[in-house]
Design a protein around this ligand. Structure first.
Ligand code: AVJ
Length: 340
């Protein structure tokens, strides 16, 4: 008995350092603020990543399947647009088009574009860039299994906080930033991310950006508040993660999921609302946080774009839109832009 307690204390102490520090700081800051907030990347522990994967299969969550359908329908045209842009800009490198990806993303969607690139030019280099080494190992393994002719060169880096460093290449590069990942960032942050990428690009290199489009509020709200409650579980999971990583005592049953369309800011917002007045202890922070009945934690923004907003984003970050593809219902847009 006493042995097992001692063991668990040792384990907890040795696990306390690196990952938990990264979680502790934003949780302390966000839960001390008014209104309370948490960064969206906190969703993605192992369980959160599984829940997000389930979200991508929900009937209400049109984003993933719509972007995939655009890739399936237009992959050859997308790859051709990247190669054309290089020629138009007078690129002289003899090498083949290589693909780079910000965020490991869903390897299945990227695979559609890689397959098209391999069809056009039998070998294609693929450089996924992601903070998560394990996510990238999985993505690389499944790409390598599914696609002969793809040479994978992964890079572990945080493209949000750190300056990118992309290896030189004697030919065109197409950078993929897909899945509406850009939507999690405020406009000025989105511009900074694309500027960071642009600084590593040469004339004729291209960016393929996947953006969710502004549409009626009901469609948007149900995409973030599905009938089966998977998105609610995904949102609430952030509290479970904080309980585990920071020895907190959030009672998940006393918080409810909210999905709100903020038309002024053109974004979906997710919040967690406390159903009662309560105090939550976060052991690792030696702090208790007070919640009023009805008080919320803002957990995510998911920006939605008009075609003008996409154009502005490119202009502000040194790109020029070259081609755009959408589905027939104008739900989602895939745009190839060249380094201006
Ligand atoms: C992974 C950021 C694109 O904003 O739609 C899904 C995350 N949040 N349901 C999105 C998410 C709630 C998703 N992104």
């Amino acid at each position: 008995m006493s042995t097992s307690i001692a063991t668990s204390e040792i384990t907890e102490a040795s696990l306390a350092s690196p990952v938990n520090e990264a979680v502790a700081q934003p949780v302390q800051e966000g839960l001390s603020a008014t209104p309370k907030w948490l960064p969206a990347w906190l969703f993605y522990d192992a369980q959160g990543s599984r829940l997000f994967e389930r979200i991508t299969h929900l009937p209400e969550y049109y984003l993933t399947r719509t972007e995939r359908a655009i890739f399936t329908g237009y992959a050859d045209g997308i790859i051709a647009a990247a190669i054309d842009a290089y020629a138009t800009a007078g690129g002289t490198g003899k090498g083949r088009l290589r693909l780079l990806e910000l965020g490991a993303g869903s390897a299945t969607k990227t695979g559609i574009l890689l397959a098209a690139a391999v069809r056009l030019q039998d070998e294609t280099e693929y450089l996924p860039i992601d903070v998560s080494e394990t996510a990238m190992e999985d993505a690389c393994a499944s790409i390598a299994r599914a696609l002969t002719g793809v040479v994978v060169q992964p890079q572990v880096a945080n493209y949000v906080t750190d300056e990118l460093s992309i290896p030189p290449h004697d030919g065109p590069t197409l950078a993929l930033y897909i899945g509406s990942s850009i939507g999690n960032f405020a406009p000025h942050e989105a511009v900074a991310i694309l500027q960071n990428l642009r600084a590593q690009m040469r004339p004729g290199d291209t960016l393929l950006l996947g953006t969710d489009l502004v549409k009626d509020a009901a469609t948007l709200i149900s995409a973030y508040n599905d009938h089966d409650g998977v998105t609610a579980a995904f949102n609430l999971n952030v509290l479970r993660r904080i309980n585990r990583d920071l020895r907190a005592n959030f009672d998940l049953a006393s918080f409810t999921h909210q999905a709100i369309w903020n038309a002024e800011q053109s974004r979906m917002e997710m919040h967690l609302q406390s159903t009662k007045e309560q105090t939550v202890r976060v052991g690792a922070l030696r702090t208790s946080f007070q919640f009023d009945a009805g008080e919320t934690i803002h957990t995510e923004n998911s920006y939605k774009f008009t075609k003008d907003a996409i154009r502005n984003l490119f202009t502000q970050s040194g790109f020029q839109a070259a081609h755009q593809w959408t589905d027939e219902d104008q739900l989602f847009a895939v745009t190839v832009a060249s380094a201006a």
